[in-house]
Design a protein around this ligand. Structure first.
Ligand code: GTR
Length: 669
């Protein structure tokens, strides 16, 4: 597979060089008559790609949100001053002018190229084009130099779970939408002799690569990282005739693997604009063969970075632990802010006689700001037959609070509420019930608190525009820095905010709250436990790569695969370790050691090879050595269940036994 990929890149590089040789250095002036899709494509990266390649690009973008050809045409007829005009001048300076007419923008420069496009949801519907495009083109032609060329900006298909009414035009199918856009853009280009800027195909090529669906921020707009980058790459090749492959412009927050894929996919789209190309840029096949595990030396948890041995528990707690924690924070998960000063809680709903009278269900709003625009809806469930505050499991859920139980009283979010998440898959009541054996939990005297990961940060690479991150941007920034929090750190931060609330709830014994999670949320439970020592115990179920599996083994899921498939989970710095695990200043056993001396449960499943059970066991054994060094025996419990990737009552029994042992007596203190 690797060889195939190298071969593909070599061929592409050759084609690219062939173009480069014949290209002339010059200034190109391009005006887009567009909407938010042209904003995604030309208002960043494009000028910089040119600069890195010796081409000066002057850019104008005429923007009205969602603007269709019909509206552009009407604006031309009425000379309507409705546009935001973004201008990027020769020196790269960007200015925005409001209330501009098409006439003004067309007269602003001697444009070499003017581009047209249709509103994305109409792009594949030919009946929406005329007579508007014809009229608009006529209007533009009368106002630009005779030599001006006209290009068609091909828009792209939506993500499968987009919240956009226009997706229904294509039966809510990405493939149908893509095919329709291709058919129509081909027709339009032939009819008007437009050159095409095939961003729709470039994006679709990218979706077929290891970048997968990590292209849009809300299902239709491109994310600010690789999404916008590939659009600019495509524009660059289309308007300059020069290759983008190997272009040295490094855009912030797009990492090397993404750059390589984006350049190759844009380049292939130029060669083949109306259908996708298979570039062989797929995920590498996983290794499950012990004989193929690379040789490595595990970093010793009990040796300081300067080589000094840790000789006492004090030295662990005062020096080594803080040092290790800081390394994980900086290189893997990213630094999170503290408790927001405007945070407040509200009891939204209380059902005292749920589950046939066995439990009280509460839903609590944990609001992060005064405006209450961002909040966790925490579901708190406590047994009714127990006197006084109860020890409680706190874990994030995958499928919404209503997915945890069939109990009707749990609120179903309205569509508007989902919309704040952007893309969504509607929750289904009780869909994950088997993962939360409520009757067992309650009958053993435990409470359960849970919330949806969407509340803190929806789980896709939206370039940190839709979750809590935006509440904390300072100094004009709009993206976390390389050492600042990714999505897992944000979820863990959310766990701490939920614990802040639990500390105020008289039904909960907040000194006995257990951080629990399965899979990606098991990684989260570990980081929450490492970052917040108020958690009395930690449970990591089938957490695998980036959780309890040793990264250096590279069995099943690797750092290469996880960072490409989920670029948002870890911080920017973590990308340095892709195919470079030996450079990591730690490995995952040391993350587990950060939990010490609090009780820790780790679980694997026999068929969950993707999570590398052997590596998970190795990490817990290694972590146990630290516990023993600190004087605590039997506080790391590892079990492996028959079966696949899941968390079921069988696993919970281990967790509750462990909690009974340590939290129901006073040994945890
Ligand atoms: C997989 C991912 C794993 C694991 C899992 C999950 O696709 O590769 O790291 O976290 O998802 O969360 O279910």
């Amino acid at each position: 597979m690797k060889t195939l990929r190298t071969l593909c890149l070599a061929v592409l590089l050759f084609l690219g060089l062939a173009l480069t040789v014949s290209a002339q250095e010059k200034t190109i002036k391009v005006l887009a008559i567009g909407n938010s899709f042209s904003m995604d494509a030309v208002e960043q990266n494009l000028h910089e790609l040119g600069e890195a390649d010796g081409v000066n690009i002057i850019i104008g973008d005429m923007y009205i949100g969602g603007c269709s050809l019909e509206r552009h045409f009407n604006n031309s007829v009425n000379n309507t001053a409705d546009y935001q005009y973004c201008k990027i001048s020769a020196d790269g300076k960007k200015t925005y002018t409001q209330n501009v007419t098409l006439e003004t923008a067309l007269a602003d420069e001697q444009w070499d190229i003017v581009t047209f496009q249709q509103a994305s949801h109409y792009s594949g519907q030919i009946e929406t084009y005329e007579p508007y495009l014809k009229g608009l083109l006529k209007y533009v032609k009368a106002r630009v130099p005779a030599g001006t060329k006209f290009f068609w900006h091909q828009t792209w298909a939506y993500a499968p779970n987009v919240v956009h009414d226009g997706f229904a035009n294509y039966g809510c199918s990405q493939k149908t939408m893509y095919d329709a856009i291709m058919k129509v853009s081909k027709k339009i280009c032939a009819k008007y002799k437009f050159s095409v800027i095939p961003v729709g195909t470039a994006v679709q090529n990218l979706r077929g690569s290891y970048v997968e669906e990590n292209v849009t921020r809300d299902g239709f707009h491109l994310n600010h990282t690789v999404g916008r980058y590939i659009a600019a790459c495509t524009w660059y090749e289309a308007i300059t005739g020069r290759t983008v492959i190997g272009n040295s412009y490094v855009t912030p927050f797009v990492f090397h693997d993404q750059e390589v894929a984006a350049q190759a996919c844009a380049h292939a789209a130029i060669q083949n604009p109306f259908s996708t190309s298979d570039l062989g840029l797929t995920r590498p096949a996983p290794n499950y063969d012990e004989a193929m595990v690379p040789e490595f030396t595990l970093p010793d948890a009990l040796t300081m970075q300067n080589g000094e041995k840790v000789t006492s528990p004090e030295q662990w707690f005062n020096q080594r632990r803080p040092e290790l924690y800081a390394l994980f924070e900086k290189e893997m998960f990213g630094r999170a802010p503290g408790k927001p000063s405007e945070m407040h809680f509200k009891l939204l709903k209380q059902t005292p006689d749920a589950l046939g009278g066995k439990a009280t269900f509460k839903e609590v709003g944990i609001y992060f700001n005064k405006e209450e625009s961002q909040y966790i809806r925490l579901l708190v469930i406590v047994p009714n037959n127990v006197q006084g505050p109860v020890p409680t499991f706190l874990g994030i859920n995958f499928a919404g609070n209503m997915g945890v139980t069939l109990e009707e009283c749990v609120t179903e979010p309205e569509r508007a509420e989902y919309s704040r998440f952007g893309r969504y898959t509607p929750y289904v009541r009780g869909t994950n019930e088997r993962r939360w054996p409520l009757e067992d939990i309650l009958s053993r005297g435990y409470g359960l608190a849970t919330f949806s990961r969407d509340d803190v940060d929806p789980d896709w690479d939206d370039s940190f525009t839709n979750g809590v991150h935006k509440l904390f941007y300072k100094d004009g920034k709009s993206h976390p820095e390389a050492d600042e929090w990714g999505t897992i750190a944000a979820w863990a931060w959310g766990m701490s905010r939920a614990l802040d609330y639990l500390q105020t709830d008289p039904d909960i014994d907040a000194t006995k709250v257990i951080s629990i999670g399965h899979s990606r949320l098991g990684k989260t439970a570990l980081w929450a436990g490492a970052s917040d020592q108020r958690f009395a115990m930690v449970v990591s179920n089938d957490s695998g790569c980036g959780g309890t599996a040793i990264s250096r083994r590279a069995v099943g899921e690797t750092l290469e695969v996880i960072n490409n498939a989920f670029p948002h989970w870890f911080c920017g710095n973590f990308k340095k370790y892709i195919r470079n695990e030996n450079a990591l200043p730690f490995d995952q056993h040391e993350l587990l050691a950060l939990i010490a001396p609090r009780p820790l449960c780790v679980a694997s499943a026999t068929e969950d090879l993707w999570a590398d059970p052997t590596g998970e066991k190795m990490a817990s054994d290694e972590a146990e050595k630290v516990y023993e060094f600190l004087g605590y025996k039997d506080r790391v419990d590892y079990h492996v269940r028959e079966g696949g990737h899941d968390i079921v009552a069988f696993d919970w029994k281990f967790y509750m036994d462990m909690a009974d042992k340590y939290l129901k007596s006073d040994q945890a203190k």
